[in-house]
Design a protein around this ligand. Structure first.
Ligand code: RFL
Length: 392
C-alpha cells in the first residue's frame, strides 16, 4: 500500500502525529508492534503539562481527560522530616499540571484516530525502514496476526517507536551525534493499587536516599525509591518497599500515614539521559523517546514526546501546503526544549539525590539551601515554576 507518512509506534508521540496529520488532511498509516490491548494498558507517566493539555483541547482530544484528570497546583518537598510546599501554579500565571495516566491518553488517542477512519496496524512484527535517503522510502513488516508480509511506500517516516525502536537504529552509523549520561543512581519504580496518601506529589530527601510519592488516580499510586546502581528488584520484597517508603517519607512533628496496597509493578530504572542530534536523517524524522530519553525527575518524558509530535505533524502538514520551513527547523525547535528539560531535570536530580549516609551530608545541606532559596525568593520560585510546569 501507499501513503504520505508512515508513523512507526503508537505511543504518545506517534499517536499525536497521526491524529494531527489526519485533521490536516494528510494521509498516514501507523504501524505498532504490540496489540491494542497492550498499549492501552501499559502504565508509565502520569503528569501532563498545562500547555500540552491546551494543545489537546484545541484539537478536540481532551474530552475524557477533562472529565477524569485532576488538576494540580502545588508539590511538596520533605527533608529532615519537615514538609515544604511550593504553590507553583500561582507563580506561573495559574497554569496547572494534570494527573492523567499515560495509558488513558493513549486509549483516547487510539480511539480518536480509529474513530475518524485512521489506518492503525497493530502487531506489526519485524518492522524495517528502507531508502530513507530517497524521496520514496518504504516500511516493511509482517502482520503477526495473519503471518502476511506487508509493505508501505511513503514520502516520510515518523520514527516514534521509543528508545528501543527500529527507527533510530536505521540511521547510518555516524550520521547522528549521541549524547548520553548516567546520573549515577537507580530508582526502584513501584506501582501500587493504593489510594494516594497525599494531595500533591511528594519529593523526600532522606539520609537513606530519595523517595517519591507520585499520583496516578484515586485508587493507584506510583512510588520511587533511590537505590544504588547495580541493585536488583530481587532485593526489594514488598515489605522492604513499604518499610523504606514509610521511613523516608516520615514527618517529624506531624501525624502522617502511608496508605499501602497490593504492589502491581516493580522495576529498576536506570537513571540515564540520552539525546541524538539532529532528530532525523533524510526522510526519517524522530519524535519522543526515539530521539531522547530523560529520567522521570520532573515528569518531562511524555510531555516532550507530545511536543515533538505536535511540531512534526505541523511541519509535515506545512510541507504538503507548500512550505518546508518548519520541517527544516523541526529538529532544532524540538531540541531547544529537550535540552532545557534535560538541564532542569538534572538540576532537580542533583537536589533530590545525595549519596546515602554521612558521605551525602554536605549535598543534603545544599539541597536544604536550594529549597530555602525557592521558598524565600519569589524570583527563584517563579523560575522553578516555569520549568516545572513547562515553558509556553
Ligand atoms: P513510547 O511510549 O515508548 O511508544 C513507542 C511505541 O512504539 C512501539 N514500538 C514499535 N512499533 C513497531 N516496531 C518497532 N520496532 C517498535 N518498537 C517500539 C512501542 O510498542 C510503543 O507503543 O514512546 P513515545 O511515544 O516517545 O512516548 C514517550 C513516553 O512513553 C515516555 O517518555 C514516558 O513514559 C516517560 N515517563 C514519564 N514521562 C513523564 O512525562 N512523566 C512521568 O511521570 C513519567 N514517568 C516514564 C515514567 C517512563 C517510565 N518507563 C517505564 C520508561 C515512568 C516510567 C516507569
Amino acid at each position: 500500500s501507499a501513503t504520505k507518512v508512515a508513523v512507526i509506534g503508537a505511543g504518545p508521540a506517534g499517536l499525536i502525529v497521526a491524529n494531527l496529520l489526519r485533521k490536516a488532511g494528510v494521509d498516514c498509516v501507523v504501524v505498532e508492534r504490540h496489540t491494542r490491548a497492550y498499549v492501552e494498558q501499559r502504565p508509565r507517566a502520569g503528569m501532563i503539562e498545562h500547555r500540552v493539555v491546551e494543545m489537546l483541547r484545541r484539537h478536540g482530544l481532551a474530552d475524557r481527560l477533562d472529565q477524569m484528570a485532576d488538576a494540580h497546583t502545588s508539590c511538596e518537598f520533605r527533608i529532615d522530616g519537615r514538609r515544604h510546599e511550593i504553590d507553583y501554579s500561582a507563580l506561573y500565571g495559574g497554569r496547572r499540571h494534570y494527573v492523567y495516566p499515560q495509558q488513558e491518553l493513549v486509549t483516547d488517542l487510539v480511539a480518536a484516530f480509529l474513530g475518524t477512519g485512521g489506518d492503525l496496524r497493530f502487531q506489526a512484527e519485524g518492522v524495517r525502514l528502507h531508502d530513507l535517503d530517497t524521496e520514496r522510502p518504504s516500511v516493511t513488516y509482517t502482520d503477526a496476526a495473519t503471518g502476511r508480509a506487508a509493505r508501505i511506500d511513503c514520502d516520510f517516516v515518523a520514527g516514534c517507536d521509543g528508545f528501543h525502536g527500529v527507527s533510530r537504529a536505521s540511521v547510518p552509523a555516524g550520521a547522528l551525534t549521541e549524547y548520553s549520561h548516567h546520573h549515577g543512581i537507580n530508582w526502584l519504580s513501584v506501582l501500587a493499587a493504593a489510594p494516594p496518601s497525599t494531595r500533591s506529589v511528594i519529593y523526600a530527601i532522606h539520609p537513606d536516599g530519595f523517595a517519591g510519592h507520585m499520583l496516578r488516580s484515586s485508587t493507584v499510586s506510583r512510588f520511587y525509591l533511590q537505590c544504588p546502581v547495580g541493585d536488583s528488584v530481587d532485593n526489594w520484597p514488598d515489605e522492604r518497599v513499604w518499610a523504606e517508603l514509610r521511613k523516608r517519607l516520615a514527618l517529624r512533628d506531624e501525624r502522617w500515614t502511608l496508605t499501602e496496597g497490593p504492589i502491581t509493578e516493580k522495576r529498576m530504572l536506570d537513571m540515564r539521559s540520552f539525546v541524538v542530534e539532529p532528530m532525523g536523517h533524510g526522510r526519517l524524522h524522530l519524535a519522543g523517546d526515539a530521539a531522547h530519553v530523560i529520567t522521570p525527575v520532573g515528569g518531562k518524558g511524555m510531555n516532550l514526546a507530545l511536543h515533538d509530535g505536535e511540531r512534526l505533524a505541523e511541519a509535515l502538514a506545512a510541507h504538503y501546503a507548500g512550505s518546508d520551513a518548519l520541517l527544516g527547523a523541526y529538529s532544532e525547535t524540538c531540541l531547544r526544549r529537550v535540552w532545557r528539560c534535560q538541564e532542569f531535570s538534572r538540576w532537580m536530580t542533583e537536589m533530590l539525590h545525595a549519596p546515602a549516609g554521612e558521605g551525602g551530608a554536605f549535598q543534603r545541606r545544599l539541597a536544604v539551601a536550594r529549597l530555602e532559596h525557592i521558598l524565600s525568593s519569589p524570583v527563584a520560585a517563579a523560575a522553578f515554576a516555569e520549568d516545572y510546569l513547562g515553558q509556553d
